[in-house]
Design a protein. Structure first.
Length: 172
């Protein structure tokens, strides 16, 4: 029963970051409920995976640092508010040392996403997008934002196997 509970709680993280990425790509919004559920589910997941109080404290500190960093990036206009909240919730779940992989993969994926969108928004590709879904057309609109939640989700999924939660559950 304990392994089932661990698995069920651990599945919350990848499932919700994938939902966040899809919502951001298709609507340029990440609903607050996603970050709130991630934050609320962290405690039960940490307890079920046997994290020590000191490890939980470290995770909380990393989540708080990610929140501050996300707020700064939001204030600078680099990311949206939903992205900043997802960034903080992911930092909370990932902890150390997984946060290093998270930051690196998120940065590389974000850069690749930006370059890809520049190409998609170019004059020679935009005409081919007109017959696609509305959300894809919006991605191809010059001057439109970058759905950075996709990059955050990619970094989070890449780093999750290295997280203290996965290691604590014997899965990392």
């Amino acid at each position: 029963m304990t392994q089932f509970l661990q698995a069920a709680l651990l599945l919350i993280f990848p499932a919700l970051v994938i939902v966040a990425a899809l919502r951001d790509v298709t609507s340029y919004t990440i609903p607050n409920w996603i970050s709130l559920v991630l934050i609320a589910a962290f405690g039960p997941a940490a307890l079920a995976c046997g994290l020590a109080p000191s490890a939980i404290g470290l995770q909380l500190g990393i989540g708080l640092a990610a929140l501050v960093a996300g707020m700064v990036m939001f204030a600078l206009g680099w990311i949206g508010g939903g992205d900043a909240k997802l960034f903080a919730a992911a930092g909370l779940w990932l902890g150390f040392p997984a946060v290093v992989t998270f930051l690196m993969v998120t940065a590389v994926t974000g850069g690749a996403l930006a370059v890809g969108l520049l190409g998609l928004r170019s004059l020679w590709l935009r005409p081919y997008v007109q017959n696609g879904p509305a959300w894809f057309g919006r991605l191809a609109t010059p001057g439109e934002n970058v759905p950075y939640g996709f990059a955050i989700a990619a970094g989070a999924l890449a780093a999750f196997p290295q997280s203290a939660l996965m290691i604590g559950a014997g899965l990392g």
